[in-house]
Ligand binder design. Structure first.
Ligand SMILES: [Zn+2]
Length: 252
């Protein structure tokens, strides 16, 4: 009788232990799982560890690749491209350009194209530019005279307390005309919340208009265009983005 009871108790303990171990593994997995170290991630790590050693990987703010329609919006290494995926089921809607400077509020961010700047009242780190009457880009499906937008974000401190957007563009700025190359702010690492973190970079995207004529939700890749073609960027044989040349897009 006693032996039978002990056996049951032991079984129950083993069961509880198994449940505990399973939960512990799940929690550790969610907390510490990282995607496999792809060449792309290894290169990004190498860049972040020592940008100066890889200066040839960087693009420059204000540079125009050939006769591309848009100019490069900031300095740095393009660590993630349009349509890259860094989580299951995720498609990146823009370019992530990682600063060569290693400190926030140093690396300039400039307008990629003439346009009308809006900074919504609650935007700490973001501005968007409206580009009316854009030239046709058949390969991307941009129609002649279409209205598109360029979106620039992460221009604030990690805790979100300090904005690095240029003083000329305070919150609730609406439709302020800026020329291509105008300083919009400086790179930061605010990810949009206190629990999310991001490295020091600019997220840049080219966004479609919605049915109401405003900007569409830029986090949905279908609402964006591939910025690389508009910036004249191409991947080289080592998969690093740099100035390329295209014969199939309109030139300035
Ligand atoms: Zn991004």
């Amino acid at each position: 009788m006693l032996q039978a009871l002990l056996r049951v108790t032991r079984k129950r303990w083993i069961f509880i232990l198994c449940v505990f171990i399973t939960f512990a593994l799940i929690i550790l997995g969610v907390r510490y799982w990282r995607p496999a170290a792809t060449p792309q991630l290894l290169r990004l790590r190498a860049w972040l560890a020592d940008p100066a050693a890889h200066a040839d990987w960087a693009v420059q703010a204000g540079e125009r690749c050939g006769n591309a329609l848009m100019i490069i919006p900031t300095d740095g290494y393009i660590g993630f491209g349009w349509d890259d995926s860094f989580r299951l089921g995720h498609r990146h809607s823009g370019l992530d350009i990682f600063s060569p400077d290693g400190a926030v509020n140093v690396t300039p961010v400039v307008a990629a194209y003439d346009g009308y700047l809006t900074r919504e009242a609650d935007w700490k780190s973001t501005v968007i530019l409206r580009h009316a009457d854009f030239p046709a880009v058949d390969v991307l499906g941009i129609a002649e005279g279409e209205q598109i937008w360029t979106y620039y974000t992460h221009m604030a401190s990690r805790d979100g307390h300090e904005s690095f957007i240029a003083a000329e563009f305070p919150p609730d700025t609406q439709e302020r005309f800026v020329k291509a190359g105008t300083l919009l702010g400086h790179q930061g690492n605010w990810a949009g919340s206190q629990i999310q973190f991001t490295g020091l970079h600019l997220h840049f995207s080219v966004v479609k208009s919605n049915a109401a004529g405003s900007y569409a939700d830029e986090q949905v890749i279908e609402n964006t265009y591939a910025p690389t073609l508009l910036l004249g960027l191409k991947r080289n044989e080592e998969e690093i983005w740099g100035c390329g040349s295209f014969n199939d897009i309109p030139q300035r």
